[in-house]
Structures are given as C-alpha cells and as structure tokens.
Design a protein around this ligand. Structure first.
Ligand code: ADP
Ligand code: MG
Length: 352
C-alpha cells in the first residue's frame, strides 16, 4: 500500500490507459511479455506506447513521453541507456523522474523460496529519495583538473521522503525505520537529512527509529540483512543500498521498483538495468518486469488481476521452478511467461 495514493487520471470505458516506455536493451521484449500477460488475463488496461531511446538523437521523444505520462498518470518503463563518455548527454531516466517529480523510489526485497540467495528470510522495504542530492546534475570543471559536483539537499524534500517512509511503515504494519546517512563526514547535508527524519520520528511512536552510517549499513546488510525492516535513504546511497539488497534476494531480474510522486507513478525494475548484452536472446528474467506490472495494477486498484498474475508467477517460480539462467536454471523468458499463463488458466478454472 502506498501512502497518499492517487487514482489515475485516465479511465475510458472502464479501462485504464497507461503509458509504456519500452526503452533500450531488454525493455521492448519485456513490455511485449507484459502485453501478452495482460491480454491473456483480460486486464482492463490499454497501453499507449512511446519510444524513448538514447539512440533517437534530436527527436523530441522525451517530451512526448512526459506528455503521455502527464495525461495518463501512470507508466511502466524499461531503462533508457545512458552513455558514460559524453558529459553533455544527461540521463533521460533521471530527467524523467525529476520532471515528473517522482520523489520516492520504493523497492520491496523479499527472499523467494527455491530462488538461490545468500540469506534466508529477508524482507526489507527500501525508500530512496529520487530527485535531488547527488543527482542534481550540477557539475562543472572550474579549472582543468578541478571538478565541482554539487549535492543539493532541501528540508522540504527530506521531509517529503521521510513522511513517505513513516506513512508507508504505518500503512503496511512495519515496525522499524532505519535512516541511512554519512553525517559524520557530510555534516551539513546528511546532518539535515538525519535531523529531519529523527525529528519526524517523534510523531510516530509505534515505529522504532534508528540511524546507521552508510558504510556500516552496507556491511550489516550483507552479513545480517534480517535486522532491517524499512530503510530510508538519500538518492545515491539509496541507489547503492538497493542494488545490494536486490543482489541478496537473487539479482537484477527479480525485484520491481516503484517511482511515486504526488501526481504520477512510474513502474520499473528495482535495479533499472538495460540488459543490453541479453537483449533479443530470450534469456533475461522477466520476473522484475512482471512484478512491476503487478505493482502498477495494485496502484490502479486492479487487485483481482494483480493477485491473479502474482499467484501464477509464484507457482511458476516456486512450485514449478521454471528458472532462467540468472537463477541457475535453463529456462527462457518465454518459458516463464508461458508457464505463468498456464497457471493463470488453472487458477481461473479452479474459480469457476
Ligand atoms: P548492460 O551492460 O547490458 O547495460 P546492465 O548494467 O543493464 O547490463 O545489467 C547488469 C547485469 O545484470 C548484467 O550482467 C545483465 O546481464 C544482468 N541483468 C540485467 N537485467 C537482467 C534480467 N532481467 N535478467 C537477468 N540478468 C539481468
Ligand atoms: Mg547498464
């Protein structure tokens, strides 16, 4: 359950319209899998597809995507590749999140039985500030060899992410929030982050509050991840900590990630990989994308279909162990999808 959840803007003839941004790499084939599953399950959702790709230079594709999301309220998205070597090329993913003010990135990392992982019984929710901090994109070379990278944090945005974390915890029966920071070094910036969240914790007496320095949090996460319940983090630490957490429960192919703002919501995979080397081979694990589509259905209040797809996927992964290579299996992405559809059919038959 997401605090302050808004109903989507677009619903015509009983059907939602959502924007689909396939992106690069494995994105397009993953969106095809989602389309196939949705149409098989008669999910009342139409897709408005907009191509945004790093290779479409000079095309106003990002503006078209933003317009479509503003119109529909909701999107599902693959990653858009960002080149590292061209400083003038800004990440379109970052730009999209900041322009839509998708201030919270929320991941739920849970171990799945039969999926190999280094630890058992992990169940942690990661809530990451998604628009400011190190991602402000303000960098310049003052004189050759000297670069300033500006990290901006504001009380207003810290309060917003902190509120999201406490409200999320309250709404979902969570017991503890850990604020991750480096306030011993970044005394002002991370100091403010910590202070704002600690002050707010006074309003939530039923939720235990603790803080942890990011280096220790990383170590604790890989050695004793079960101690964590909800983690709230500034942008860059949140990125790194979420990747550690996703790695712990089985890798980039499994976990979904929600980008939530006060108006719009965009659903992605948790680690936002492009998966360029896997593209077109039917090898990438479709689970993270399928779970992103389930998150989206829950957001749209389509709970029947969300549960149907979620139960069918669970049977595929856990009971039938249809695992792709990243999980040590031999199955293709299509095998996972087809098996899930067969399970949907069985569940629907059992209901009749
Ligand atoms: P790339 O260099 O292709 O952009 P990424 O950075 O996107 O790779 O992904 C990092 C790693 O995660 C790669 O080894 C990639 O193969 C793997 N990976 C990403 N997505 C998936 C997926 N859905 N299933 C399995 N492996 C994945
Ligand atoms: Mg990549």
């Amino acid at each position: 359950k997401i605090p302050g959840q808004r109903l989507p803007l677009a619903k015509y003839g009983g059907r939602h319209t959502v924007t689909a941004l396939p992106g690069d790499g494995i994105g397009p084939e993953m969106i095809e899998h989602i389309r196939k599953i949705f149409s098989f399950c008669h999910v009342p959702v139409n897709f408005e597809e907009v191509q945004v790709s790093s290779s479409l230079v000079g095309v106003n594709d990002l503006e078209a995507a933003l317009l479509a999301i503003e119109r529909n309220g909701v999107a599902i998205k693959g990653n858009i590749e960002t080149k590292h070597d061209d400083p003038s090329f800004k990440s379109r993913n970052v730009e999209l999140r900041s322009r839509l003010d998708l201030y919270a990135n929320i991941l739920h990392c849970v171990t799945i039985p039969t999926v190999p992982s280094r630890h058992k019984d992990i169940d942690v929710v990661l809530i990451r500030e998604n628009t400011e901090g190190e991602y402000s994109g303000l960098e310049h070379e003052t004189v050759p060899g000297i670069v300033e990278s500006i990290k901006i944090v504001t009380r207003e945005k810290i309060e917003r992410i902190a509120r999201m974390a406490f409200e999320y915890a309250t709404l979902n029966g969570r017991k503890k929030i850990t604020a991750v920071h480096k306030a011993n070094i970044q005394k002002l910036g991370d100091g403010l982050f910590l202070k704002v969240i600690r002050d707010m914790s006074e309003e939530y007496k039923n939720i235990k509050f603790e803080s942890m320095i990011v280096d220790n949090a990383s170590m604790q996460l890989v050695s004793r991840p079960q101690q964590f319940d909800v983690m709230v983090m500034p942008n860059l630490y949140g990125n790194i900590i979420s990747n550690i957490a996703c790695g712990l429960v089985g890798g980039p192919g499994l976990v979904s990630g929600m980008n939530i703002g006060s108006k719009y919501a965009v659903f992605e995979t948790g680690t936002r990989n492009t998966g360029t080397s896997l593209a077109g081979k039917d090898l990438a694990n479709p689970t993270a994308f399928i779970r992103a589509s389930i998150d989206m259905l829950r957001y749209l209040d389509c709970h029947y279909h969300a549960n149907l797809i979620s139960d069918a996927l669970w049977k595929t992964l856990v009971e039938q162990r249809v695992h792709t290579r990243d999980l040590g299996g031999q199955h293709s992405a299509s095998d996972v999808v087809n098996c899930t559809l067969q399970n949907v059919e069985k569940i629907m038959e059992a209901e009749r």
